[in-house]
Design a protein around this ligand. Structure first.
Ligand code: SF4
Length: 369
């Protein structure tokens, strides 16, 4: 039927029709062979480009290590950074652990892969060392929510109350405060103060957590927050309870209090890492920044670890790459400079914190390469 139809369509006789059919088959066969060849070339090229990229990264990794050694530089990397930047670091950790490393290192150069206030903290603790931040765009929106004028105005509303500033603040704000804290030691630091009233800046999530843990104190909390942690909603946590009923839900205290109140465990970055490491539980939902979640997933593959959607990702923590880390170290930019008058008063707030925290064992961070 088809033959009759094509013959009538092409208006040709039976012999010519058979030639057309034969030709069509050959064309189809050639097309099929060409398609297979094309697919095989493409898959080879794609596989080769993955291998090339991996080889490039490994080469760059080795170049960074060699350069750091030749310049007597140490690479300190926050655990929210991309995994490849964590892998090249000498030390990976949270703010408190990295502050300690910055204080103790005998390197001449500190390359800090974190956000601006962290590099400033390293500079305050090691003023004679060159501190480099590979990408100067890496700021912290929460730290930028308060400046010295804001803090002075807030202090005027609560005269006499000592100021505890979260390490996520500028050197200028630290210089205007009495003592610094991190999320690991915030409760301990506030508790150590004689005063019944305390001013806490700038994070209202962490401030509320400290108030919850220390109901005997009156804490005046500034209205700053972490946009990344505050994107996690209470409704999403409730949803996780339904779709993941057997999971242990863990929250960072920078989250909205409505979020951390719903969690099974609330802890700082290091406390979250250690909790998953030591827990007999198998399934966890972590309500914190994506870099921490990725690192925990990579280190504890036997456990089922997830987070919420949309992914809590801090874009400011992802600016550093192997490429700009290498360039920064090679050309020694971008150097952190702190105005001289701020150095001593800002450093004093961190020294006081470390003195109190030193009484406890400080997390040494995950294993590095
Ligand atoms: S995660 Fe939040 S607190 Fe940390 S750097 Fe990003 S914005 Fe700042």
């Amino acid at each position: 039927m088809l033959f009759v139809f094509t013959r009538s369509l092409l208006r040709i006789n039976e012999g010519e029709h058979n030639k057309v059919i034969g030709l069509s088959r050959r064309v189809l066969r050639d097309l099929w062979s060409s398609l297979l060849l094309y697919l095989s070339i493409m898959s080879t090229l794609m596989a080769r480009s993955v291998i090339d990229r991996t080889a490039d990264k490994l080469e760059l990794f080795a170049k960074i290590k060699d350069l750091a050694k030749s310049k007597n530089a140490v690479i300190l990397t926050h655990i929210y950074q991309r995994l490849e930047v964590q892998r090249v670091a000498d030390y990976v950790g949270d703010s408190l652990m990295l502050s300690k490393q910055a204080q103790e290192t005998d390197a001449d150069i500190i390359v800090f892969c974190g956000v601006h206030f962290m590099a400033e903290t390293a500079k305050l603790l090691s003023p004679n060392k060159k501190v480099l931040l590979p990408d100067i765009q890496s700021g912290c929106p929460m730290a930028d929510m308060i400046n010295v004028d804001d803090l002075r105005a807030f202090k005027a509303e609560h005269p006499g109350a000592p100021v505890v500033c979260y390490v996520n603040s500028s050197a200028a704000v630290k210089a205007e405060s009495d003592i610094c804290c991190t999320s690991t030691n915030a409760v301990e630091i506030v508790k150590s103060l004689d005063s019944q009233e305390v001013i806490f800046v700038p994070d209202k999530g962490l401030g509320a957590w400290v108030q919850y843990k220390l109901p005997e104190k009156k804490i005046h909390i500034y209205d700053g927050f972490c946009p990344t942690h505050w994107q996690i909603t209470a409704a999403e946590v409730d949803k996780q309870r339904i779709i993941n009923p057997e999971a242990i839900i863990i929250a960072h205290p920078e989250c909205d209090p409505e979020v951390w109140r719903r969690a099974d465990f609330v802890g700082s970055t290091s406390e979250i890492y250690k909790f998953v490491e030591q827990s007999a539980g198998r399934k966890f939902v972590i309500l914190s920044e994506q870099g921490l979640v990725a690192r925990i997933q990579a280190d504890f593959r036997e456990k089922d670890i997830s987070t919420v959607f949309p992914l809590p990702l801090c874009p400011n923590m992802k600016y550093h790459s192997l490429e700009n880390l290498y360039n920064a170290l090679d050309q020694e930019f971008t150097e952190i400079i702190i105005p001289e008058p701020l150095l001593a008063p800002a450093k004093a707030t961190i020294d006081k914190m470390i003195e109190i925290s030193n009484k406890k064992k400080i997390w040494t961070g995950p294993q590095v390469a």
